[in-house]
Design a protein around this ligand. Structure first.
Ligand code: ADP
Length: 547
């Protein structure tokens, strides 16, 4: 027997339509590349997104066509998200921090038919246009009077001019909810990037999941500023979650330094933000230096790489801001687990609560997880045993776009398909997961594993350390031994011995790094994470002391 409820497909256009109808005067505020602050409402955004959808349709964009963006967080990027997805196309967000060769490769692999870009990225477009023959137009997302002139780019179109060719009475079409809506490539630190292709259904379900109180907990009382870029796994779903709950949105554009972000937090009354740890290092440094306080900020999601406990403490103790430590990945839309306290934790003392909050957290409905050994057998949830972390759920990838790699899933004895995350983790009795390491970063010493993340977190807590990374160095007896690589804070003196002594009593003796190397900077990847592959290359000829 079938249920007798309305058969309404879960389409992303319904989210923006909802925001326009029921939170119509709620604002979207953007710091523009043009230099000013732009503000309009969900009504305006929905109207322009619909008009743009019609314009793109007239320009030949068809169901399933990929339209790419190379853009910062801003209102035009939001309009493209909804125009392209809402009309049945696929929005393909590209990370502009990748090398132009890699960007050209991705554009061609995705077979993008159009590409919209912020003019900051004009030099990249000039470098790749000739190599991307399938792109029919390059759309400059800028006011008409600032439209660039470039002989190197044929079919250069102005966004506002294109928008004028659309009709404002165009209506969102209805189609199948399993249709593709968005495409994101992983950053490809190992080999060519791979595409995760989200559906309308998976995106809407993920937005609901993200809004849950024990996830990001979005509401119509929130003012949300995603520092995480809209090209980094759809800004972790915030462009869908915010209109779903009717929250005000604040987009920071290209200015992601601590001072600029702080200014927007204060001027717009931001209550909630999200970003990778490196961003918050800059923000905290600025706030400390100015002796400033956050007047409205209540909580921030930090994820993408392990959030150092010292950062959670600083936000909580010094500024009264809750850090929600989150874990996920491109293949998971991206949310998997978030660390928030439960009833059972409320009676615990501060230090014990902090221990819970340091973990990568608990799943939300929509994600199931388990840890298995190399033989695929389930491992216990005791908070100590670590194993390969597997996940499944309706917003988790089943196959990569044009999947040359074949089926990535791992099937268990019951025939259920699980996605192997490539992470090594523990899960405790209460279902809180803690990442030990990425399996390729874990240091294998004498048949046992050392977590590079744990060693980095401890080093970062030292007052003289600005940033730290730990990699495994080949060792004839132990296989690998840890090397600590450190960037010192300016003007502070600290020695190798000071840092090694700092670990005493905090870790097992055999975890102690064999050496410390000081560097000016640690290489960061396109999404602000430490590039361990680059570090390993940099230290390829390095020999541990005594060898
Ligand atoms: P990329 O592989 O391009 O870096 P993702 O942004 O999808 O792409 O990265 C996902 C990976 O980032 C996870 O598999 C995990 O290794 C790491 N990660 C994400 N969040 C956390 C976290 N809170 N703690 C530790 N590692 C994390």
């Amino acid at each position: 027997m079938q249920g007798l409820m309305m058969d309404m497909p879960l389409l992303i256009s319904s989210i923006l339509r909802h925001a326009a109808r029921h939170h119509g005067d709620t604002e979207i505020v953007s710091r523009r590349l043009e230099g000013d602050i732009h503000r309009y409402t969900y009504v305006d955004c929905e109207q322009r997104a619909r008009t743009l959808a019609d314009a793109l349709e007239q320009a030949g964009v068809k169901h399933g066509d990929r339209v790419a963006t190379l853009a910062w967080n801003g209102y035009r990027h939001m309009e493209i998200y909804y125009a392209v997805g809402g009309m049945g196309g696929v929005i393909h967000t590209i990370n502009p921090r990748l090398h132009p060769d890699q960007i050209a490769w991705i554009v061609n692999h995705a077979e993008d038919t159009h590409l919209a870009f912020d003019i900051t990225f004009l030099p990249i477009i000039e470098a790749i246009a000739a190599r991307c023959p399938k792109v029919r137009s390059w759309i400059a997302m800028v006011d008409e009077d600032r439209h660039p002139v470039s002989a190197a780019i044929p079919n250069l179109v102005n966004y506002e001019q294109l928008l004028r060719s659309g009709r404002s009475n165009w209506r969102w079409p209805e189609f199948e909810e399993r249709a593709a809506v968005a495409l994101c490539y992983t950053s490809g630190t190992t080999g060519n990037p791979k595409g995760a292709l989200y559906s309308h259904r998976s995106t809407v379900l993920h937005a609901y999941g993200a809004a849950l109180p024990d996830a990001m907990g979005g509401s119509a009382r929130d003012v949300i500023l995603p520092v995480v870029p809209m090209f980094h796994v759809n800004a972790w779903g915030i462009p869908y979650m915010a209109p779903l709950v009717g929250a005000k949105l604040v987009f920071p554009g290209s200015q992601l330094d601590g001072a600029s972000i702080f200014e927007l937090f204060e001027s717009e009354g931001v209550t909630f933000s999200a970003g990778v740890p490196t961003v918050w290092l800059g923000l905290l440094a600025h706030v400390r230096q100015q002796g400033a306080r956050f007047s409205t900020l209540q909580r921030t999601v930090i994820g993408g790489s392990a959030c150092p406990p010292a950062m959670i403490r600083a936000f909580r103790d010094d500024y009264g801001v809750d850090v929600i430590h989150a874990w996920g990945m491109t293949e998971m839309s991206p949310l998997g687990t978030l660390s928030r306290l439960q009833n059972r934790h409320l009676q615990l003392d501060d230090a014990a609560q902090q221990k819970v909050l340091e973990k990568q957290g608990h799943v939300i409905y929509g994600v199931d997880m388990k840890i298995v050994g190399d033989d695929g057998a389930d491992l216990p949830w005791d908070g100590k045993t670590y194993g390969n972390l597997l996940v499944r759920g309706p917003w988790i990838i089943q196959a990569y776009f044009k999947s040359e790699g074949g089926d990535p899933l791992q099937y268990d004895a019951d025939g259920a398909g699980w996605f192997p995350t490539g992470d090594v983790a523990t899960i405790d009795e209460q279902g809180y997961m803690q990442i030990t390491d990425r399996s390729k970063d874990v240091i294998k010493s004498g048949g046992e594993w050392i977590s590079s993340i744990d060693l980095e977190n401890l080093a970062i807590a030292h007052p003289a350390v600005a940033n730290a990374a730990v990699i495994g160095i080949a060792h004839p007896k132990w296989d690998e031994r840890p090397l600590l690589i450190v960037v010192k804070k300016p003007g502070v003196e600290v020695t190798r011995e000071d840092l090694l002594r700092f670990y005493e009593g905090k870790i097992a003796k055999w975890w102690l790094p064999d050496d410390v190397q000081f560097v000016d900077a640690i290489p960061l990847g396109a999404t602000g994470k430490i590039l361990k592959t680059r570090l390993r290359e940099q230290f390829r000829d390095y020999r541990l002391p005594g060898l």
